[in-house]
Design a protein around this ligand. Structure first.
Ligand code: TYM
Length: 333
């Protein structure tokens, strides 16, 4: 059976970009593959963060993942599997500094830190982040990695590192991981459709999957449809984004009817927004209800995920033992 691995940062809410771009795929792939899904708390330390919130955010995202359909036995918390960071160190030595400085996410996030103003502190962790991400993937010898389009460059780097490692140890040891995308791999911010939907850009730039109905309706109502930058004859990004959201929520008949109107030049943005909001409210309402049920017995879920992390760790330990052997390190436990 092929192996699937993916991860998400515990930086607060899960937004529609996370869900439609990646997590929905996580849920569907569980039937067909051996799946490992991580909440990467070490990654969340690479940007300025609140130490009092990280642990709560970690459990919150676990709850959210289970509420949308991820099985607890497939989940692990990165810091409970310390072999990821150990392999990360080893892989650092198979990755060039120049490659890391060329990562667009590093450039974007460094700029965000600078623009944040308060402290101009760009951590070495932020630069090194894609190597730890590579370790997350390679440690399970994952064949497939379901992610959004924004992770494409990081995935290419993972393949590069795996290839360099294999060449140096003279063996096709690591599998080269391939990304898996959904039909909507890039969801845009409704407030500024030039940008992708993301938590780090600020509150108005994402729609929380667990937001209440009124909030979702308000955010869709105020969505920017035409940012004025669109080329003549092509659909404005904001309009395209609303169509994508309807498609992602699987309201395909309504999607096609609205598209016919668009093509005939009779589409009213008010109608497009109404359908988008209805589709999202219907979908997320189910998740909100499930989360309430899970929250009624939080301890049970915590115990399950601590246990699954311990089980998954055994597989990571096996890989690390083999890697140490291959790179000439001692292997005494
Ligand atoms: P993170 O936590 O930012 O996002 C989690 C997943 O959501 C996808 N995503 C999006 N997809 C479509 N449209 C959007 N606007 C959007 N925003 C986010 C992301 O592509 C991701 O799949 N570096 C990763 C976490 C990570 C990882 C890994 C992923 C760490 N190790 C190993 C895969 C494999 C990140 O920060 O994702």
């Amino acid at each position: 059976m092929k192996t699937v691995l993916s991860c998400i940062q515990p930086t607060g809410d899960m937004h529609l970009g996370n869900y439609f771009g990646a997590v929905e795929n996580w849920v569907n792939l569980q039937e067909k593959y051996k799946c490992f899904y991580g909440v990467v708390d070490y990654h969340a330390m690479t940007m300025p963060y609140d130490v009092n919130k990280l642990r709560t955010n970690t459990w919150d995202i676990i709850t959210n993942l289970v509420a949308v359909g991820v099985k607890p036995e497939n989940l692990f918390i990165q810091s409970l599997v310390p072999e990821h960071t150990e392999l990360g160190w080893i892989l650092n030595c198979f990755c060039s500094y120049g490659q890391l400085t060329r990562m667009t996410q590093f450039k974007d996030k460094s700029n965000q830190v600078k623009d944040g103003g308060k402290e101009d502190f760009i951590s070495a962790g932020l630069l090194d982040y894609p190597v730890l991400q590579t370790a997350d993937i390679l440690i399970y010898k994952a064949d497939f990695v379901p992610v959004g389009k924004d992770q494409e460059q990081h995935l290419e780097l993972s393949r590069d590192i795996a290839q360099r490692f294999n060449a140096q140890v003279g063996k096709e040891y690591f599998v080269l991981p391939a990304p898996l995308y959904t039909e909507t791999p890039k969801i845009r911010s409704t407030a500024d459709p030039i940008k992708k939907m993301s938590k780090s850009a600020g509150e108005k730039h994402y729609i929380n999957v667990f937001a209440d109905e009124a909030t979702i309706r308000r955010q869709i109502k105020s969505a920017v449809t035409d940012s004025g930058n669109t080329n003549e004859g092509s659909m404005a990004e904001g309009v395209q984004n609303l169509f994508e959201l309807i498609k992602a929520a699987k309201w395909l008949t309504e999607h096609d009817q609205l598209m016919d109107h668009y093509q005939a030049g009779t589409l009213k943005y008010m109608d497009l927004k109404q359908v988008t909001a209805d589709a999202l409210v219907q979908l997320t309402g189910v998740f909100v209800e499930r989360r309430k049920e899970i929250n009624a017995d939080k301890k049970r879920l915590k115990d399950l995920v601590k246990q699954s992390s311990a089980d998954i760790r055994k597989r990571a330990q096996q890989t690390l033992t083999e890697v140490k052997e291959l790179v000439g390190l001692l292997n005494v436990y």
